[in-house]
Design a protein around this ligand. Sequence first.
Ligand code: PHE
Ligand code: ZN
Length: 882
Amino acid sequence: MQTIVRLADYRPSDYLIDRVELDVRLHPTETRVTATLALRPNPAGEAGAPLVLDGDELTLLAVALDGQPTGPGAIEVTPRALTLHQPPQRPFVLEIETQVNPSANTKLMGLYRSNGVYCTQCEADGFRRITYFLDRPDVMAVYTTRIEADRDEAPVLLGNGNPVEQGEAGPGRHYAIWHDPHPKPAYLFAVVGGRLGRVGSRFTTMEGREVEIAVYVEPGKEGRANFALDAVARSMAWDERTFGRAYDLDVFNVVAVSDFNMGAMENKGLNIFNDKYVLASPDTATDADYANIEAIIAHEYFHNWSGNRVTCRDWFQLCLKEGLTVFRDQEFSSDERSRPVHRIAEVRTLRARQFPEDAGPLAHPVRPQAYREINNFYTATVYEKGAEIVRMLRTLLGPEVFRRGMDRYFSTCDGTAATVEDFLAAFAAESGRDLDAFARWYAQAGTPTVAVAGAYDAGRRTYTLSFRQSLPVIATEAAAAAEPRPLVIPVALGLVAPGGGPAAGRSERVSDGVFVLEAPEDSLVFTDVEAAPVPSLFRGFSAPVKVDHALTRDERLTLLAHDGDAFNRWQAAQSLAMEVLVARATAGAPLAAEAGPEGDALGRALATFLDGEALADPAFAALVLTLPGEQEVAQAIGADVDPDAIWRARQTLRVQLGRNLGARLLGLRDALAQPPGAPFSPDAASAGRRALRNAALDLVAAADPEGGTALAVAQLEDAVTMTDRLAALAPLSLVPGEAREAALARFGETYRDEPLVLDKWFALQAMIPEAGTLERVRGLMRHPAFSLGNPNRVRSLVASFSLNNPTQFHRPDGAGYDLTAEVVLALDGKNPQVAARLLTAFNTWRMVEDGRRQRAAEALRRVAGTPGLSPDVSDIAGRSLA
Ligand code: PHE
Ligand code: ZN
């Protein structure tokens, strides 16, 4: 097993690299790389120490020191390192020639080929798979890259920075030289070579720089790249407007590749994307795809400042760039779309992915204290909870001080490899506040619970809110086993009068609508309160906590109807639904029990809500109609979970709501129908109308499978967008029978040459909550379009089953666990990163009831006990079982 790396052991590098000249001669199996490194001893390092360069699966061809071949014994080469025993204690130049085989690179780290296109992925430690290097983010160099290739095979040659020159390089060969003036760590290095189509535009920065923007895609798909291209320009304008950050090179290139381990990568001036997050047309992409593309384009672009200009000192600081950049992309999407709707989407993701992570065996602080395999720490906790911490900082300091803090951070840390402490110091300096207690958010794992109780004193006309924070004790390898200390929790709140409207009442401890809970327990007294109010707490989800607050049904209905905070109106509906779901799931209600007064009460409240405002904000209404997911219900139950009971509870409530609201929902569908021939727009308003129509279809079809099937079949026929087509196929996929099989077969046939659309088709089938799904998934793994080598295919088919089909992954007979374990092992030899991520499906294994728990443990142990596991998979298996 990989050795453990600890934050506490950080030491600066003994040597620094100021300049790198790379000459990359691309060849399908024998790519040669000559690296000329200008090194010097680091004054902050240990004088006279050996120089140890990282390497991984490299063939070393030659080494020269200051122009001379190194003598015998001067260097030592092992599979993972090249050591120079007595480096000069003055600046020196090392020239290293290596050879790699991009076609054999199935890990998709380092230099590889995707559909014939040469591309690289270096974060976190892939550069060492290209040449020997000090592959750590605090070693920053200026790079000049010469790329050479067959002109036929790779007419397009792209590198970091600005293009310098290009020309012939012998018969059939050509080259391009790129220079990046901004010092950067090796993880931001990239080259691309291939046959690619291009769309381009220009952007003039606020500093007057003319930037050429381009998006490169598979030839023939240029038309699908325009939305991404436009999103780049909008991102550039937004970052100038919002944070005063301008782009700093003459070109900005985005390349879409079809084999990619993650979403996308922020290489300096040359972002490389999973093509799923670039390519969009109404016929092939859903509204959710458009929203994701826009958000990820923005995310990678924003990294140019939060990540590239200011980078991370070490990988423990990953949240410094990721949490901050997620916060920035969330703000972008909120500004470009609808803020409350986007906030709800963010919180749903956090609760569905980060809360379970924080509650399971893989829990870790936003800044972990130790890791074995850094690739396993690109998690919802680092990204999503990391973003929530930045958001809390803004809530605590207010938008103006926050912005000044950001300015200070960018200017003081520009060109450096920084830490979380550096980030917080900028805000402490601007605000004059001590942020040491706040910093605990970075160090303590687990989701805090805040218990709240309210009491009205009619005689004194006071209303008292008492708060108590409780923090889980988490002792995992990645977290220090110390007793947790109280957190600084911003509670955005307000009081709602029983009949609606804001209630009177004041408290000195609430400023700008925010109360800061710092002590383990505290209480807040409002004076001059005329009648018992309904408190609206954690407005806008002001802190990533669970709230334990016993409101009555009527109080929740008041919030749903009248709260001035849209997030909490949605939350009220979710809480009402959650209470019904948890009660039904834990009472073991049979499938037929689709009645019940609480469900009817929810139905009536939703009816009033829909009548009043569904058409005013359809996107919001669609979210209010969507019940909490199975995963969220499981979290709320917490232990001895029976996934089948949860599914049944959710199903009975869908049926009940569909019956109670049926006529209204059909009316809304008609009112929201797109007039024939109206032009398609992916904008938020149009997407919102589609979302509400389709949320209505979902409930109608649950209540009336026959009528719903007819409706869905008709929608499938008429649909002009992928959103509507898929939303029709989804309810169809839930009703066993011929209509379903015919619709699925036809869809599969129609899109057989569109891998990204087939991914949706794979996913839909993998998520069918029926016992037959396991065999269906096995069958689809033999589909000609499926390949274990392509991460998108694995995610859409297998990960959809393992992570998004709780009843079937958690089959009582353990067959879902077995299938997952089998695929993890089959994949591990090819692509350990993707295998490890699939294995995180077992994250919830301790929560399920005993029989399933035993079977999950057996499957996990089988994985853990397999000889020759990758460090990635062995790390996840080990921590999951610990
Ligand atoms: N840094 C990428 C991001 O923007 C994620 C990533 C990590 C991509 C590692 C590839 C490899 O979030
Ligand atoms: Zn990122």
